[in-house]
Design a protein around this ligand. Structure first.
Ligand SMILES: NC(=O)c1ccc[n+]([C@@H]2O[C@H](COP(=O)([O-])OP(=O)(O)OC[C@H]3O[C@@H](n4cnc5c(N)ncnc54)[C@H](OP(=O)(O)O)[C@@H]3O)[C@@H](O)[C@H]2O)c1
Length: 253
């Protein structure tokens, strides 16, 4: 069991991409990071890289779409640490590309929701009891401007022409879950803040493209994509809640 003043931070989907970068940067700032990885071997490779950098990091097997994996991960964290300070719901994926809303394949939409919405809720529900054991805790949901209805209706927005109906709907739903959870905690006096983040378009392997191709299409460096998340995760005031923001400030839901 660790002392409750040490920040214990769980990042889901953290063996690569933005999740890995978030874990690395928070680890470099002194947080004890737990990497959630659906493939334990890939998670262990990530831990090796982090421990080389002098970061305190462990891995937990965590497939956010598998309820027994989520339950087991929460039990492991309870046993090994006793509490959690920060939960970063980062695991996400897109299964539908440019399908018209009137004919979209429902199985693709269900897959979008399994990871980006139901998985996020399941992980959150299982981790809240551990977050409640911290004097102050945070939940940060990695959303997307793609989930903003304000942006989808704004011709000057970079995502105005984007069409990934299932993914966008799942991120929009996750945004509403963020709002409702934040309000529940405010009303109940529970000291857990809940916020959604728009990372921007970031050059990872997201959507099955290579980071190089994404970069050529304007994808930001990963360090820029995680900047707002790292800022919120290290904000010692921890009073900001129920917001949707990027590095430039709050964005429309
Ligand atoms: N890249 C962008 O431009 C962008 C823009 C806005 C928002 N986002 C959001 O940012 C977050 C991170 O995206 P990214 O660009 O870093 O993506 P990425 O490079 O594709 O990485 C996704 C991560 O999620 C993991 N993952 C996939 N399915 C999972 C599951 N069922 N359970 C647990 N982990 C799972 C992957 O693990 P494996 O290695 O096992 O596949 C990987 O570690 C996502 O929520 C995404 O929607 C991305």
């Amino acid at each position: 069991m660790m002392s409750a003043d040490e920040n214990i931070t769980l990042v889901t989907g953290a063996n690569r991409g933005m999740g890995f970068e978030i874990a690395k940067e928070l680890g470099q700032k002194g947080q004890h990071v737990i990497i959630g990885a659906r493939n334990l071997g890939k998670g262990q490779d990530a831990i090796e890289q982090l421990t080389h950098l002098g970061i305190k990091a462990d891995v937990v097997q965590l497939d956010v779409t598998n309820p027994s994996s989520v339950k087991q991960a929460a039990q492991t964290i309870e046993t090994n640490y006793g509490y959690l300070s920060i939960l970063i719901n980062n695991a996400g994926a897109v299964f539908d590309f440019r399908q018209a809303a009137s004919t979209i394949n429902l199985d693709d939409v269900r897959q979008d929701f399994e990871i980006n919405y139901f998985g996020l809720i399941d992980v959150t529900e299982k981790m809240v009891p551990l977050l409640k054991k911290s004097s102050r805790a945070k939940i940060i949901n990695i959303s997307s401007m793609m989930g903003s209805k304000t942006a989808a209706l704004d011709p000057s927005s970079t995502v105005y022409r984007a069409v990934a109906v299932g993914y966008q709907s799942a991120k929009a739903a996750a945004n509403m879950y963020t709002v409702q959870l934040a309000k529940e905690f405010i009303n109940a006096g529970v000291p857990i803040t809940v916020n959604a983040i728009d990372p921007g378009m970031v050059a990872t392997e997201f959507g099955g493209v290579s980071p190089e191709v994404s970069k050529a299409h304007g994808g930001l460096p990963v360090s820029e994509g995680v900047a707002r998340t790292v800022e919120l995760a290290t904000d010692s005031d921890s009073t900001i809640t129920a917001t949707f923001s990027n590095i430039d400030g709050n964005v429309g839901w």
